[in-house]
Design a protein around this ligand. Structure first.
Ligand SMILES: *Cc1c(COP(=O)(O)O)cnc(C)c1O
Length: 424
């Protein structure tokens, strides 16, 4: 389709958008009385209007039932988390028993590393991407130190090539092959938080496993954004937070994936707690841990039901819409945003470039040339909520659930005015 950078054209795309009614299902912040153009669904998704009633339900059950809510609420609390596994399994391409919800993302990656990073004298290295999300760097470093190893010798980073803004799959593969028998674990962000790149998860998983390593993915920017087939790709483990594209609310619970091959394995190293032991016998309070035969074996505590409630509400919307429809709109709206950005980049030559490669999801990262921060402040002042990353990058993620094509057009107008004002 030939795009046009006009209001009429954007409105026509909105009229054809089968997801357009979902825009009204979310609360938008306002700046100076006007609904914002929201580009930070990759950081904190907007609140679904449905969320409140799900939270109210728990508050009501607690008020009316007290402890009895664990078993006698309409949605009993003791296995509330199980309600999330089915919808999530569809989103990440897993079987239901391979998915659980617990804790938060960095915590879960630590717990999963206990199970899947078991260094030996000869096989101990970890492969990750350079400049991974800071929490991932800290967790890899501290895990390695816990094993008495030196992070410098243990953690190997795949670098971008000089002058390039993205990682090349062939470079990741080459490193995996070079490390070979020494490689214990590959752990990479499936969608990079900075440049928005989608890694070839299937190919990299295959390559890692071919040399005998375990392969895990941090899916913080991938879950609810791109097509995932964790089971079929034979990924060992993965985890994601739910507050980015999954719209579950600030700091909310994380989902985990553990491949079926590892379920029911009583030899696996794992930090255990009472919620991971068999449901049938859990309350007999026996001294022996009998793991659930699902990813729930990794559950340690009884779940924070008040937090899971808005997550479940959000998943209800994902169930209704389905990832295929979301991804179809995401591709189109990102392409439209790219078209508008390119028009402006041509009109005001040398002002910025898009550094996100073609393998991408919802996010376009724009590297500004010249004075970036004042332009970013200008955008915020004019009702655009975007995200600033040092030294000079603005991240734009038009989440398909609630962003409109008209938003993209209006943003383009504001951006152009902003650049021209800065240049004056
Ligand atoms: C957002 C994000 C996190 C956040 O971790 P929390 O434990 O939820 O605070 C971790 N890793 C990546 C790659 C992220 O993008």
């Amino acid at each position: 389709m030939q795009f046009q950078n006009t209001l009429t054209f954007a409105q026509q795309l909105d009229a054809e958008d089968i997801l357009r009614k979902y825009r009204k299902e979310f609360y938008f912040p306002q700046i100076e009385g006007r609904q914002v153009i929201y580009f930070t669904g990759n950081s904190l998704g907007l609140q679904p209007k449905l969320a409140q009633s799900y939270v109210d339900e728990i508050m009501g059950d607690w008020r009316m039932l007290g402890v009895e809510g664990h078993f006698h609420a309409d949605k009993p609390w003791w296995d509330y988390h199980e309600r999330l596994a089915g919808p999530l399994a569809k989103i990440v391409g897993a079987e239901r028993e391979e998915v659980s919800v617990m804790n938060t993302l960095s915590v879960n990656l630590h717990l999963l590393m206990v199970s899947f990073y078991n260094p030996t004298k000869t096989r101990f290295k970890i492969l990750c991407e350079e400049k991974a999300f800071p929490s991932d760097q800290y967790l890899l470093n501290s895990q390695v130190r816990c094993h008495g190893l030196d992070p410098e010798e243990t953690i190997v980073e795949v670098k971008k090539r000089e002058g390039e803004h993205f990682w090349r799959t062939e470079d990741v593969r080459a490193k995996i092959e070079e490390l070979g028998d020494e490689l214990a674990l590959v752990l990479i962000g499936g969608v990079n938080y900075y440049n928005g790149q989608v890694f070839d998860m299937e190919g990299i998983t295959k390559a890692g496993k071919a040399v005998g390593a375990r392969v895990g993915w941090d899916l913080a920017h991938a879950a609810g954004n791109i097509t995932l087939k964790l089971h079929d790709w034979d990924v060992d483990f993965a985890a994601w937070c739910s507050y980015k594209y999954m719209n579950s609310g600030p700091g909310n619970a994380s989902g985990v994936f553990i491949h079926k091959n590892h379920l029911g394995n009583t030899d696996i190293q794992r930090f255990e707690g009472w919620w991971g032991t068999k449901k049938e016998t859990r309350f007999l309070m026996k001294p022996v841990f009998e793991p659930m035969e699902t990813a729930d074996a990794w559950q340690i505590s009884n779940p924070p039901v008040l937090a899971l409630a808005p997550y479940l509400a959000s998943l209800q919307l994902f169930e209704e819409v389905g990832m295929d429809a979301l991804i179809a709109k995401r591709k189109r709206i990102v392409a439209y945003l790219e078209f508008i950005l390119n028009e402006i980049a041509q009109a005001v030559e040398g002002s910025f470039e898009i550094i996100t490669p073609k393998d991408r999801g919802c996010q376009l990262s724009v590297l500004l040339h010249g004075q970036g921060r004042p332009l970013f402040d200008y955008l915020m002042k004019h009702g655009v909520i975007a995200d600033w990353r040092e030294p000079n990058v603005i991240r734009l993620a038009p989440a398909p659930f609630y962003c409109s094509y008209e938003d993209m057009y209006r943003f383009g107008q504001i951006l152009k005015d902003g650049i021209l004002t800065q240049n004056d």
